[in-house]
Structure formats: structure tokens, C-alpha cells
Design a protein around this ligand. Structure first.
Ligand SMILES: Cc1cc2nc3c(=O)[nH]c(=O)nc-3n(C[C@H](O)[C@H](O)[C@H](O)COP(=O)(O)O)c2cc1C
Length: 235
């Protein structure tokens, strides 16, 4: 098992957001679990979820409520010793549908500019999205379209981890493929593989019970290792 920070390059900044605003979103839940797994290297990688709770309590990050993510998951915004996390929580990206008419008449909304600055500060991005009709969601695309109006290169050079969750048997893998294409087209580097959870309504019934999604810790460790191996993004 690779230690996420064994190469001793600390301090990478990870920004995460979700393509669903739905209270109790499976994808927000999955993203939340990935953030739990992105934890200090001093804990072994097969640590039990209960121990994760205790570890985050020690870090001063409030525990996740069981049974869903109503109210968002911005309470997880916090700092681990190796990574700083910035969880972009709904409604931080409650933008109107992008329109060049709005842009030309009213300008870019201040909250878009604020989100742009948060994304620009990231070394890595963790992004989860539902699959809607075979693709990622309009909410995700709308968010991306708006922030690229502040700087069209904002996603360039970011190290992007892509996650999808679906009640269906495919797990949203088609959306994951489209997200890869989207981010690579913006000159981001997409972590290989992407991570999809089929039957997510059974697997992700609560943030910590019956446990983290199978394979998620290994995936996060792989993502974190690759991110840490990269040189820091320029300011
Ligand atoms: C408009 C719409 C289209 C959908 N299309 C798909 C699909 O193509 N593939 C799939 O696996 N699930 C599809 N679903 C089901 C979603 O995966 C499911 O609603 C999921 O819970 C949404 O993610 P969330 O829980 O993070 O909000 C669709 C749902 C909606 C509302």
C-alpha cells in the first residue's frame, strides 16, 4: 500500500465540489467519503471508519451526520496535516444558467468570481457528479462554464480526480468518461482510473455505515500519491 505522503511533499491544496445539489446526494456522499480517506498518513490506510471519526475529531473537524448530507457538507472544510481541503458546498455555486446575455448586461456574478479564486488556488480537484441521461449534469457544466469566464485557463494544470455514483448498475461510468474528456480538453490532468459506484443507493446508505465504498481508500491513496508527486501549481 502506498503512503499518500511518503514522498514528503506536503501541503497540496484540494478543492472539491459536486454536480448534484440534492440533499442526501449519493455523489456528495461519495465525495465526502473520499475526503475522509484523504487523511493524515500517520494513520494506516485500512483504518476503520470509527477511527476516522475519532481522527477527524482530534483535528477539530466536526463528525459527519449519519443518514445524509442535508445542509451540505461545508462543515468538513478544514485542514489535514498534508492536504488543505476546500469543499465547495451548495449554494456556493448556485449560479443562474450561463448566458452571454447575462454576462454582457450584468457582468460575471461576484460569487462566480469567488469560486474562480477558490479553484485557481487548487493543486488538485476532486469532482463527483451524477449521470443524467448518459452524461454529467448541467449543474456541473454550468459551474464550469461560468468560472471559465473569469479565466478560461483556470482548470489548466489541475490534477482532477473524478467520481460518480448511481443507483444503476453502471455507476455513472458514462458521465465519468465525459468528465474526463471535458477536463482534459481544458488541459487538466485526469487521474486514471476514475471511480464509479454502481448500486450506490445500497452501497452509500450513510456516510460511514456500512463503511467506505469498496475500493475508495485505494483510489484516494492513488490520487493523493499522484498529486503529491506533482510540482506545486504556480500561484
Ligand atoms: C434527469 C435524470 C437522468 C438520469 N439519467 C441517469 C443515467 O443516465 N444513468 C444513471 O445511472 N442514472 C441516471 N439517473 C439517476 C441518477 O443516477 C440518480 O437520481 C442519482 O441519485 C442522482 O445523483 P445524486 O444522488 O448525487 O443526486 C438520472 C436521474 C435524473 C434526474
Amino acid at each position: 500500500m502506498i503512503d499518500p505522503v511518503a514522498n514528503d511533499q506536503l501541503g497540496k491544496h484540494v478543492v472539491s465540489f459536486c454536480g448534484s445539489s440534492r440533499p442526501g446526494s449519493l455523489n456528495a456522499n461519495l465525495l465526502n467519503q473520499a475526503l475522509w480517506a484523504l487523511r493524515p498518513s500517520s494513520d494506516s490506510t485500512d483504518v476503520a471508519p470509527e477511527e476516522l471519526v475519532q481522527m477527524y475529531e482530534k483535528l477539530g473537524i466536526p463528525p459527519i451526520e449519519q443518514g445524509g448530507l442535508e445542509g451540505g457538507f461545508g462543515h468538513l472544510r478544514g485542514v489535514t496535516p498534508e492536504f488543505t481541503n476546500d469543499v465547495v458546498a451548495w449554494p456556493d455555486y448556485d449560479f443562474p444558467m450561463f448566458s452571454q446575455m447575462i454576462e454582457e448586461t450584468s457582468g460575471v456574478p461576484p460569487m462566480v468570481v469567488a469560486l474562480h479564486h477558490r479553484i485557481a488556488a487548487a493543486d488538485g480537484l476532486l469532482i463527483a457528479s451524477p449521470e443524467y441521461n448518459g452524461g454529467y449534469t448541467a449543474l456541473l457544466k454550468n459551474t464550469i462554464d461560468w468560472v471559465t469566464r473569469v479565466d478560461q485557463r483556470v482548470f489548466g494544470g489541475k490534477y482532477v480526480g473524478i467520481l460518480t455514483a448511481s443507483p444503476g448498475g453502471g455507476g455513472g461510468v458514462r458521465a465519468a468518461g465525459q468528465m474526463r474528456q471535458l477536463f482534459e480538453g481544458m488541459r487538466a490532468t485526469v487521474h486514471d482510473p476514475t471511480f464509479s459506484v454502481p448500486n450506490a443507493h445500497e452501497v452509500l446508505v450513510a456516510p460511514l455505515e456500512p463503511g467506505l465504498a469498496p475500493g475508495l481508500v485505494d483510489w484516494v491513496v492513488g490520487y493523493a500519491s499522484a498529486l503529491n508527486a506533482l510540482p506545486a501549481a504556480p500561484d
